[in-house]
Design a protein around this ligand. Sequence first.
Ligand code: UD1
Ligand code: MG
Length: 470
Amino acid sequence: MAAVDVVVMAAGKGTRMKSAVPKVLHRLGGRALLDHVVAAAAGLAPRRLVVVTGHGAEQVGGAARGFASALGLACETVLQQPQLGTGHAVQQALPLLPDDGICLVLNGDVPLIETATLQALVQACAGERLALLTCDMADPTGYGRILRETDGAVRGIVEQKDASEDQRRITEVYTGFMAAPNRLMRSWLSRLTNHNAQGEYYLTDVVGLAVGDGVAARALVIQDQPQVDGVNSPVQLATLERVYQLRRAQALMEQGVRLADPARFDVRGELVCGADVEIDVNCVFHGRVEIGEGARIGANCVIAHARIGAGAVIHPFTHIDGEKFAETAGVQVGAHALVGPFARLRPGAVLGDEVHIGNFVEVKNSTLGQGAKANHLAYLGDATVGERVNYGAGSITANYDGANKHRTVIEADVHVGSNCVLVAPVTLGAGTTVGGGSTITKDTPPGSLAVARGKQVHIPNWQRPVKKKP
Ligand code: UD1
Ligand code: MG
């Protein structure tokens, strides 16, 4: 099979998005539209990947190279300035494509296209024909219509604006995806004219030229329309987002994940679940998130870049943000830990097994040993917390002196009372008990009681002030 050279058209402005962001960089499932298209193309292991840029060329080109390199793919960009039509767009890429390959044309704004579909299109081209991806649409308005001979052979494509009344009644449309040998594409594109209703060089005119040259045009009809739906407006973007999310949800449910409602579920990255995972409504997952066997995620949780251990329970309204997924950063929640409701785990929060983090507790860059508990209204930042520590309500680590961050070490079995301030750097020796309301500035000896607060005094027969008469 000949090498595949992919051309992605991404020069258009996307006027209907009414946005300063170039259209192909708008996000679906947390990733740019163009990123989805590049990923689908990457599945073919193409020889070349050429992105045609125009509007926002620098931004789009830079992004495209980033998406490709993340997938181990080289990406070249060509500037189309001005934009004289889709045929003109592909023309800009052709000088980069050697004669012996197959040119596969993709749209940067059609994000749900799948590798298998592209593969089938390349196969339909078979290194010698022109292959078009077409779709039968209930409402074909705006699309190029497929013209066929009475025997069914494809004869050409007519654009909406150039079509007759009769032609507009045709429901089979061109989806914007085609494949053809580079050598033939070069010859057809060199013969394009812009004598049409829009004064543009139409890529779709290559069909008539191919047929005229005696080259067969083969239509591959796709049933799954969302794969070829483009994004032109915020409404279309949101519509495709829901299609995408539903597909992700269905794939997870097929693996056994129990989603309370697949319509109220959002994955904006990579979600990997063990067996018997349950996810309640309105959860949003960003980046890479791993959820261990039997873990449960309550309603309305936002979880990013985290690994949740087996059997852990994340109660509703918990916000976990690991910033990036790694052994050293990210957030880790141990097996059978309980977190939330209303807890906040920030980058570097590493909770051991059976740790309890309760409501309005914030943990950042801190390690908690097995069975440690901070159940109410507390802050642990830059702390190392030993096993079985009990960290009282309202207590905080004062980890920042206004210039530098310092660590707090709380050794195993320490009991920190309510409303304590642990001024870092400081170490609480194993088994220390800290009296409520203490401000601890010095290391405490293991096994001691540490109290650091004003002593309680009693003044007998205290007369309260009396309100003066006006
Ligand atoms: C095109 C097809 C139409 C098809 C439809 C499917 C042509 C002439 N028509 O129409 O048959 O049904 O797509 O969606 O090809 N672009 C450039 N440079 C340009 C013009 C466009 O890079 O000069 C890019 C756009 O950014 C976009 C893609 O090409 O990603 C398609 O362009 P668009 O203007 O949307 O083409 P349509 O008129 O929709
Ligand atoms: Mg379009």
